[in-house]
Design a protein around this ligand. Structure first.
Ligand SMILES: [Fe+2]
Ligand SMILES: [Fe+2]
Length: 234
């Protein structure tokens, strides 16, 4: 198989074999119509734990790919961006959290990781710690390749929360909007492309391709389970 074939297979794994980032099959979207604003708020707060943990997850991947300089450089760039590129007030998680708290009154700071979120983040860390570099590459690629669709799902859930809560709106000049749109239209497509270039440049042996897809499946399985758990909001 060629490098392109592995990315095509990865797309099938992400968008067809798994349901997490398919808006028609995502369990939280399917459950949204029957959930209360409090349950939707809980779900959105659980989601923020991924945006909070992402720097640690990417750092673990970077450490494990230190033998692979282009990958480590791309991840370093990605991490710096997450942290606001030298401007702590522009740190992505902080921006999202402030927006959710100030505009929609979702108590992100007071939220605690639910076991299903704990399990999910643990699975991501394990995948990024794998001793096989192409498993790590497949895992981290999947995080980036799902981000746009995932954030669109989160945008739908946030809109539903605001609608059900009465007179709340996501302000077009506010932080939630800024966070979502900058990621959907800018950061995330670049993260996927950056990793695709780095990984594609080295994806030669069949064994590497198999490992790449195995990393991809590990993340997608964990993501499906996470969303299924989130959909049963307490
Ligand atoms: Fe980000
Ligand atoms: Fe990203």
């Amino acid at each position: 198989m060629t490098e392109q074939d592995y990315f095509t297979r990865a797309r099938v794994v992400i968008h067809y074999d798994h349901i997490a980032v398919d808006p028609a099959r995502n369990p939280a979207i399917k459950a949204a119509a029957t959930l209360s604003p409090a349950q939707l708020g809980w779900m959105i707060a659980q989601y923020t734990f991924l945006t909070k943990a992402i720097v640690g997850i990417l750092s673990t991947a970077k450490e494990n790919l230190s033998c692979w300089p282009e990958a480590a450089t791309e991840l370093e760039r990605n991490i710096a961006e997450e942290l606001g590129d030298g401007h702590p007030d522009r740190e992505h998680f902080t921006m999202f959290k402030r927006g959710l708290e100030d505009e929609l009154g979702i108590a992100v700071s007071a939220a605690v990781r639910w076991p299903v979120t704990e399990t999910f983040l643990g699975a991501l860390t394990r995948a990024m710690s794998d001793h096989r570099p192409f498993v790590v590459a497949g895992a981290v690629y999947s995080i980036e390749a799902t981000a746009v669709e995932e954030l669109k799902i989160v945008r739908t859930l946030i809109g539903e929360y605001a609608r059900l809560s009465g007179n709340l709106v996501v302000r077009p000049d506010g932080l939630i909007h800024k966070f979502l749109e900058s990621h959907i239209c800018g950061f995330e497509p670049q993260h996927e492309m950056g990793l695709r270039q780095v990984v594609g440049g080295r994806l030669r042996a069949e064994n590497d391709g198999r490992h790449f897809l195995a990393g991809c499946k590990m993340v997608m399985r964990a993501m499906d389970n996470w969303w299924a758990g989130l959909a049963t909001a307490p």
